[in-house]
Design a protein around this ligand. Structure first.
Ligand SMILES: [Zn+2]
Length: 373
């Protein structure tokens, strides 16, 4: 009677022992040592660069990396060190930001770190074989959180068409339609960074996704170009600008009226640190490709679609904390034809359908049998 569970237990223990030295565990999560190395690298880069220290997202990225280790391996001996470092970085961030919430977060983390005993894992006694928290892993697998970010809002209208149509209104409408479509999918949870005409800083948008530990981030925008004839769909991932137009688009989207203008060079520096995470880049490209193809197929059924391809540019809003992220410029408001179509609810619905189909396909794709970071 008890023999079979014992054999199973031995096999499982053996499996954990044998994978202790590999980069990934059987469920696809990187080993604790790998997560620690990623967090420490992020930490070192941050401390070495006063430029990086000026960006809240740089702090959040490193804090998040330590948090990932703690949440995936709460019983690993490295967890206490990671939690302590997470607390220290949060405290340093609070000194810079002066933000009351950061202060409170740091205090809570220090309290947690003090009460965390370095205990052996509950199942096996060998430290290196401590398994990822099954509850965390299965929980993160059962819920797939998509953060949809309608660009601009409030005092920041974004691009304005010749007929007066404002980017902030169009992208909010598309985002709400997209949310309604994705909500009906059982596994997907959807959050919008804004649900009305309110102003949100670029930092608040990235923080929104990071704090919720989203699985992916889709920022929706409508383009503008001094060339009236410019038309079509552009799908962006974070990177060095593919061309002059891509660079100009990122500069425009990084500029918020009435706010401190972000130096694109600062974004590029932070981005280079961020791009060391090649897994995220690979996933972002996969997401961009899936969404773009879906757009061309779905919207293209009823309307002509000019596909300007997948591009790279240093968008601040894509500098978030480790999740695959794209920015979709769904059309050119500066093009009278695109603007006329964007006025049609049926056209906006068609765009939402396309984005929803792309995101759903990506969420179901094998590439997501992936690391937890
Ligand atoms: Zn925009």
């Amino acid at each position: 009677m008890t023999r079979r569970p014992f054999v199973l237990y031995s096999l499982v223990s053996l499996l954990w022992l044998s994978i202790g030295h590999l980069d990934r565990d059987a469920m696809g999560a990187p080993a604790a040592t790998v997560l620690m190395e990623r967090a420490s690298t992020c930490d070192r880069q941050l401390l070495a660069s006063t430029t990086l220290q000026r960006l809240r997202s740089s702090w959040q990225r490193c804090i998040q990396r330590y948090a990932t280790l703690v949440s995936v391996y709460p019983h690993h001996p490295l967890a206490k060190t990671a939690l302590q470092r997470q607390a220290e970085l949060t405290k340093d961030l609070s000194r810079r930001s002066g933000n009351r919430r950061d202060v409170e977060d740091a205090e809570k983390l220090f309290a947690r770190s003090r009460s965390m005993a370095v205990t052996p894992p509950p199942v096996t006694a060998a430290a290196d074989t401590s398994s990822p928290e099954t509850v965390t892993s299965s929980a993160s697998r059962s819920r797939f959180l998509v953060v949809v970010d309608p660009g601009h809002g409030g005092k920041d209208p974004g691009a304005i068409g010749i007929g007066g149509l404002q980017e902030k209104d169009i992208v909010l409408d598309v985002a709400k339609r997209l949310q309604a479509l994705l909500k009906s999918q059982r596994r997907l949870v959807v959050s919008l960074t804004r649900t009305d005409d309110q102003f949100l800083s670029l930092e608040a948008r990235t923080a929104f996704a990071a704090e919720r530990r989203a699985d992916l981030f889709v920022s929706i925008h409508a383009n503008a170009s001094p060339r009236r004839e410019a038309q079509g769909l552009e799908t962006y991932v974070l990177g060095r600008s593919s061309d002059a137009d891509a660079h100009a688009t990122a500069e425009r989207e990084n500029t918020v009226p009435g706010e401190r203008t972000l130096d694109t060079q600062v974004v590029i520096q932070a981005m280079l640190a961020d791009l060391s995470d090649t897994t995220r880049e690979e996933h972002s490209l996969e997401l961009a490709q899936t969404v773009k193809e879906s757009f061309v197929r779905t919207v293209g059924k009823r309307y002509p679609v000019v596909d300007l391809g997948i591009k790279r540019a240093p968008f601040y809003v894509l500098l978030n904390t480790g999740m695959p992220s794209i920015l979709s410029e769904i059309a050119f408001l500066s093009n009278p034809e695109d603007e006329k179509r964007l006025k049609l609810p049926s056209y906006r619905q068609s765009i939402a359908n396309a984005l929803a189909a792309g995101i759903t396909k990506y969420a179901a794709s094998p590439i997501l049998a992936r690391s937890t970071e």
